[in-house]
Design a protein around this ligand. Structure first.
Ligand code: FBP
Length: 309
């Protein structure tokens, strides 16, 4: 596929970046049904690690098979599949070249008592598997946040030197943050900004609520004169916090929900200038045909092909 104006424009935002990184960003942006549009729809399947296999795959047991999620990403025409080392290694050979891969290189598990992530993959693993990017979660606010930042800084520098794009899952939690604070507008925007400062090429966040967590930030938000009760305005604010839209920002799908609710979120992401969705549980927890139909609508919404889904 030829480089489109949308993709050329996005790549131009990464001034001074290495050609290999830009080529891999282009690979992600040109693949699948949203290819060339400047939008990404990515399948993340690290929930087996993060939440455990039964919570993740019991609703649709086909998902226990790594090949199933490769097939889902390929058949749906998605931009990429993101997963930890073992899952990618189980399908990267058979599906070589069929869909770009993102190695999720750190992992948490829900048996742990505090918010932290362990490094579970390396740049060498990502290169060997033919990945376009490597991804890391950070937990802004967590007691372990500074160690996480240092780990990501080190691994991201190595990844960039090898021409891999870097994706950062910026998920505030722990420390002094309240539960509502994890998705508060000010905290999500702050986290997206920190991810950009850490050198992320693609930033993944949860959709922000209208709650403002930090008392010190309240007057700044009040003074902006923006109606933050509207989701698309909140999306636009998070995108602005990511270097004024110079970094790709994608939004996660969250726990399984009804399709219309998901489509409303996609409309808001698009209207707010977000670059796409990274939808895991809402994809692989649905039966295959339902998942394909839902992803088809999501893609068409991003392409502006369907307003009334
Ligand atoms: P979902 O679409 O299933 O929410 O996936 C997005 C994601 O970022 C996964 O990559 C990750 O496993 C999960 O959310 C983590 O969510 P949390 O840490 O909030 O449980």
């Amino acid at each position: 596929m030829q480089i489109s104006d949308h993709v050329r424009h996005i790549l131009a935002q990464y001034d001074g970046e290495r050609p290999g990184v830009k080529a891999n960003l282009a690979r992600l942006l040109l693949h699948g049904r949203t290819g060339g549009s400047g939008k990404l729809v990515i399948l993340p399947v690290d929930q087996g690690f993060e939440h455990g296999p039964a919570r993740s795959f019991a609703p649709n047991p086909a998902g226990y098979d790594p090949h199933y999620v490769f097939e889902l990403a390929v058949e749906a025409g998605l931009s990429a599949l993101a997963a930890p080392l073992g899952l990618l290694a189980a399908g990267a050979d058979r599906f070589a070249g069929a869909v770009p891969l993102i190695l999720k290189a750190n992992s948490a598990n829900s048996l742990a008592g505090h918010a932290d992530q362990a490094i579970t993959g390396t740049v060498g693993d990502a290169l060997e598997l033919g990945c376009s990017a490597i991804g890391f979660t950070i937990y802004p606010g967590a007691d372990s946040q500074y160690e996480m930042f240092e780990e990501v800084r080190e691994a991201a520098a190595e990844a960039r030197a090898c021409g891999l794009a870097v994706v950062v899952w910026a998920y505030p939690r722990g420390g002094k943050l309240s539960k509502d604070g994890e998705t508060a507008l000010d905290v999500v925007a702050y986290s997206a900004h920190m991810a950009a400062l850490l050198g992320a090429h693609i930033i993944k966040v949860k959709l922000p609520s209208a709650h403002i967590e930090q008392p010190e930030a309240k007057s700044a938000y009040a003074g902006m004169g923006i109606d933050f009760s509207v989701l698309s305005n909140r999306v636009a604010h998070v995108v602005k916090a990511a270097f004024d839209g110079r970094r790709i920002v994608v939004f996660s799908g969250g726990p399984a929900k009804d399709s219309q609710a998901l489509y409303d979120e996609v409309r808001a992401i698009r209207a707010g200038g977000g670059h796409g969705s990274i939808v895991g549980r809402n994809s692989f927890q649905r039966p295959r045909e339902d998942a394909l139909a839902m992803l088809d609508t999501v893609i068409r919404l991003y392409l502006g092909e369907t307003a009334g889904a």
